[in-house]
Design a protein around this ligand. Structure first.
Ligand code: MRU
Length: 364
């Protein structure tokens, strides 16, 4: 995607520096800062403190983190240490474990001297695959948006609602929930996107920044506004991302997603979830019982970041001493999900639906 006319991915390997460059998302939408990761600690901090975020991007970053660690020390012990340190950074998004497992399985049989180059090549492959997967998700989602557009008078926009940032910043490119929006806009379909602010970290501001840069009409709304907009008939379709999807189609995504799904069901608004297949955890059936929900620091609740005339500032919103509670994700049961938009097509949120599209993965 383009930032001020220049094409960017959300991370890239700098051949000259022989290092990974990331967009440090903590400063967006106000400041566009690029960071180079120069140590395993840098990789871990970048994921834990959300310089990079979003399930697919966390996975790709971790793959490069393994490659980085093996350049320094290609032994099995150092590979295991890198795996454990990266894996401990964030517990909910399954792409992290998926990417680490994939790199580890590929390099374990190799001679130590061959491991670093193989891990780097695989990290590049994972990043490129993510871009292609998300492009395909966009094409399948476009068909759904087009079907809604065809029911409307010419020129009337399809009104979408999205939660958090499942945009190109949360992936290597295109995004998951946003890819259908970019494809629909590029195909000339009129759109308007309601963007949930997504407290506490306001990832909706990242989505607004992305959509604005791409020229897509949107409004930034409070998390509490979605139900009202649906009651007023102002939402044609909800599309969110997911950090982990169970084999039965339960969806674990940013906190607040479940409430949007409930409101959508009550108002007969289709609720779709866009996901790349690495986000499916085939080892888990019941999302509520089995997915670990990340508890994040209470300062994310008691304080909020914004910009004033002096620059970016953090201000306290709660009385001194009031404790905050910060569960970062929730689970939307499959029964509330109209459909899953994957790189292989759209399916029912169920074991049969997912297995129909990914039989080789379901069988493992
Ligand atoms: O805590 P974050 O910002 O990493 O959470 C991100 C989300 O919940 C996204 O919506 C999800 O990862 C899907 S990203 C394509």
């Amino acid at each position: 995607m383009k930032v001020n006319g220049t094409p960017y991915r959300s991370l890239w390997w700098d051949d000259q520096a022989q290092a990974l460059k990331i967009i440090d998302q903590r400063w967006l939408p106000h400041d566009f800062r690029i960071q180079q990761l120069d140590s395993l600690a840098d990789y871990c901090t970048a994921i834990r403190d959300m310089h990079v975020r979003g399930a697919p991007l966390i996975g790709a970053t971790a793959a490069y983190g393994m490659a980085f660690a093996l350049r320094r020390h290609p032994s099995g012990t150092s590979m295991d240490e890198a795996y454990d340190r990266l894996h401990a950074t964030r517990p909910t998004a399954i792409n992290l474990r998926w990417a680490l497992d994939r790199v580890k399985a590929a390099i374990t049989p190799l001679e130590p001297r061959d491991r670093a180059a193989a891990a780097l090549a695989l990290a590049h492959e994972i990043a490129d695959e993510d871009v292609e997967i998300n492009r395909c998700i966009g094409l399948h989602g476009l068909a759904l948006i087009r079907a809604i557009a065809e029911t409307k008078p010419a020129g009337e926009p399809v009104r979408l609602l999205t939660h958090c940032n499942a945009g190109w910043l949360a992936t290597v490119d295109w995004g998951t929930a946003t890819s259908p929006m970019y494809h629909a806009h590029d195909a000339g379909l009129p759109l308007h996107v309601w963007v949930d602010e997504t407290r506490p970290r306001n990832q909706g501001a990242l989505t607004a920044w992305e959509l604005g840069s791409h020229g897509i009409s949107h409004s930034y709304i409070t998390d509490n506004a979605g139900g009202h907009l649906m009651q007023q008939g102002l939402v044609d379709m909800v599309i969110t991302g997911t950090d982990r999807t169970t084999r039965r189609g339960d969806v674990c995504n940013k906190i607040g997603t479940y409430l949007k799904a409930l409101a959508a069901r009550d108002n007969d608004v289709p609720f779709y979830v866009a996901l790349p297949s690495p986000t499916i955890d085939w080892t888990v059936a019941d999302g509520l019982a089995e997915i670990p929900i990340e508890d994040r620091p209470e300062r994310e609740i008691t304080h909020v970041q914004g910009r004033d005339s002096r620059g970016i500032a953090m201000v306290q919103v709660t009385p001194d001493g009031t404790p905050g509670g910060n569960p970062a994700f929730d689970v939307t049961p499959a029964r509330l999900v109209t459909g899953l938009i994957t790189e292989r097509g759209v399916c029912e949120a169920s074991e049969a639906g997912l297995a129909g599209l990914f039989p080789e993965m379901a069988a493992q």
